[in-house]
Design a protein around this ligand. Structure first.
Ligand code: F6R
Length: 614
């Protein structure tokens, strides 16, 4: 939520910052703004709405040329998304500018104090308080970096802050607590951003900042300290993807590109997991086999699509590894009294590694001495640093707001965790684990096959563009797939969509069925005869009540034909792995339907990719 870019170097800062904002717009698109240090002064420009509005404003009234500056793309929290509340915010003199991601929880008292001391606040935001606090501190200490440290010590809540000061024109200062900020290290130029995508066209060398750190960015180097000014330890890393991964590559939308990339993403996430001895090995596990053998309960915490991956993980973990497993929404977890001990393993799944609900749940779990394993797609994000171990998904950057390829790779990751636990705990023989990993290795080609047969799904989606509601049904791992299908349709097409466990149908939801209502049903493989036959009965029940049945079934399953208005075929795979193929048509379906309605599928309304506030 909110994208931040800072730059000091020799290139025109405005170009670098605008290019960075374009790559970060997925984080929020309620407004955009820039501040450039030039000619001994500070120039700012900001506009409500998407970045295009700011670009247009800058064409009409160009900003002066400078080689240091910063930019912001906003997901509104405090105050409506208008020009006035757009970042940057400036102090009374107009010589200090601040941009911010997060929520400053004590903003009301700070604003009141500042107003009492005679400051004029001209927005509704929490951020503006920081500009005025810096103004006061700068009067005392003169240097922006020290002023920032002093201000940060007074703030409560979550924040990434970046500030510039006209009297210190070669410096950009950043600070972080609970919100993301990475440094890009260039040659005679340095960058700050919420995500490496913002500077990947310039450098792939990055520095991960820790909690409560302040960074001073100059052309010749970067200095990182804690909020008290003590030198801080940081982690340097090299980004393993390049700028082409963060571009549309000829597709109309990132989402289309990311759906198409799924076979490769699945293959990359599997890469290098089998050692020369034929045993599964997981990178950065950092939890010993002995500790894993002691685990007597697993709790998975996640949000949104990642939560759906968690629901599927439960089936795999309990089936293969025989460990009791619960799945919980991260936002609910710490508000009850979860029973956690040293023998509880918490698995936190987050694509971005920055979802605040998930991070807070992880902290809570660690305070209760549980071991925490993260599943994450973003190197350098907060989650891996806060967990005992991490399993990275190698999906590459996902820029479309709706999760697609990262969902499939999360599934691969949780299957690997389940199989690893089975291997370590001896609930499956080594050759059984190896056989399942071999099967997983065939999944990229199966996903590819699904992608090749999507034309009828697109046609169906276009024909349903004027519907008001679509239901999704599934059983076993097909149930989370149904939930995921419904979530994709809600967030992209803004349609009422619900996912149900098919067995629950007769306990209420069947009352929703009326003539012509489209219902998508995920049918388990025939090999699971009991599940399969039950869902075929469910299809008959809803069809008898007028539903238009759209059925996802494996190749060769003719039993569904008589009761289906349309059958979408997916390759036959073992039941537990079916979500990898069954989810793909649902992604294509919602993407096409939303596009037919004229929606921007990369930037759905009201959403942002990383939910960095609770
Ligand atoms: C839906 C979607 C969201 C995220 C959720 C968690 O398409 O993308 O529901 O899955 O916000 O995000 P992460 O995985 O980054 O914690």
């Amino acid at each position: 939520m909110c994208g931040i870019v800072g730059y000091v170097g020799s290139k025109p800062a405005l170009d670098v910052v605008i290019e960075g904002l374009a790559r970060l717009e997925y984080r929020g698109y309620d407004s955009a703004g820039v501040a450039i240090l030039a000619d001994g002064g500070l120039a700012t420009a900001k506009r409500a709405g998407k970045l295009v509005n700011l670009r247009q404003a800058l064409e009409e009234e160009p900003a002066p040329e400078g080689t240091a500056g910063m930019g912001h793309t906003r997901w509104a929290t405090h105050g409506p998304p208008n020009d006035r509340n757009a970042h940057p915010h400036v102090d009374c003199s107009g010589r200090i500018a601040v941009i911010h991601n997060g929520i400053i929880e004590n903003f009301a008292s700070l604003r009141a104090e500042l107003a009492e001391r005679g400051h004029t606040l001209s927005s509704d935001t929490d951020t503006e308080a920081v500009a005025h606090l810096l103004e006061e501190e700068l009067r005392e200490v003169g240097a922006l970096t020290e002023a920032m440290r002093r201000v940060c010590r007074r703030l409560e809540g979550a924040f990434t802050l970046v500030a510039v000061y006209a009297d210190d024109p070669d410096v950009v200062v950043g600070a972080r607590r609970n919100s993301p900020l990475v440094v890009g290290v260039g040659d005679g130029e340095n960058f700050l951003a919420s995500d490496v995508a913002a500077f990947i066209a310039h450098t792939r060398d990055a520095i991960e900042l820790g909690q409560d750190q302040v960074v001073e960015l100059r052309r010749e180097g970067v200095t990182v300290t804690d909020f008290d000014g003590k030198p801080a330890e940081v982690r340097e890393y090299h980004v393993d993807w390049d700028v082409t991964a963060a571009e549309k590559g000829g597709y109309d939308y990132f989402m289309l590109k990311e759906i198409a990339e799924q076979p490769r993403a699945v293959a990359d996430t599997l890469l290098g997991r089998i050692g020369t001895d034929g045993r599964l090995s997981l990178d950065e596990m950092r939890i010993s086999d002995e500790q894993l053998r002691e685990i007597d309960k697993i709790i998975i915490i996640a949000a949104g699509t990642s939560y759906h991956a968690g629901l599927i993980a439960k089936y795999a973990i309990e089936h293969w590894a025989g460990v009791p497993c619960e799945v919980e929404l991260a936002s609910e977890f710490r508000y009850r009294d979860p029973i956690l001990t040293r023998t509880t393993l918490v698995v936190a799944i987050s694509q971005s590694g920055e979802s605040m609900d998930t991070l807070m749940a992880v902290r809570h779990a660690r305070e209760q001495h549980a071991r925490v394993l993260g599943v994450c797609n973003v190197n350098g994000s907060t989650l891996p640093r806060e967990c005992d171990g991490v399993l990275y998904t190698h999906a590459g950057p996902e820029i479309g707001v709706a999760a697609t390829k990262t969902f499939l790779t999360q599934l691969v990751a949780v299957y690997l965790i389940a199989l690893y636990l089975a291997q370590v705990r001896g609930t499956k023989w080594g050759d059984e684990v190896f056989a399942m990993v071999q099967l997983l290795a065939t999944m990229p080609e199966k996903v590819e096959k699904v992608l090749e047969t999507m034309d009828p799904v697109r046609e169906l989606a276009r024909s349903l563009a004027d519907e008001h509601c679509v239901l999704f049904l599934g059983r076993h791992v097909g149930f989370p797939v149904a939930l995921e299908g419904a979530l994709k349709l809600k967030e992209l097409a803004y349609m009422h969509a619900e996912g149900f466990a098919a067995g629950e149908l007769k306990h209420g939801p069947i009352a929703l069925i009326e003539d012509g209502l489209p219902v998508v049903v995920v049918v388990p493989p025939r090999a699971r005869a009991v599940l399969h036959d039950k869902i075929v009965s469910n299809i008959q029940e809803i069809r008898a009540r007028g539903a238009r049945t759209i059925v996802i079934a494996e190749d060769g399953d003719d039993s569904v034909e008589p009761y289906s208005d349309m059958v979408i075929r997916v390759p036959a795979v073992p039941t537990l792995l079916q979500p990898l193929v069954a989810t793909v048509p649902l992604q294509v379906f919602s993407c096409e339907l939303a596009t037919a309605k004229g929606h921007d599928v990369d930037q759905p309304r009201n959403l942002a990719k990383s939910v960095t506030v609770e």
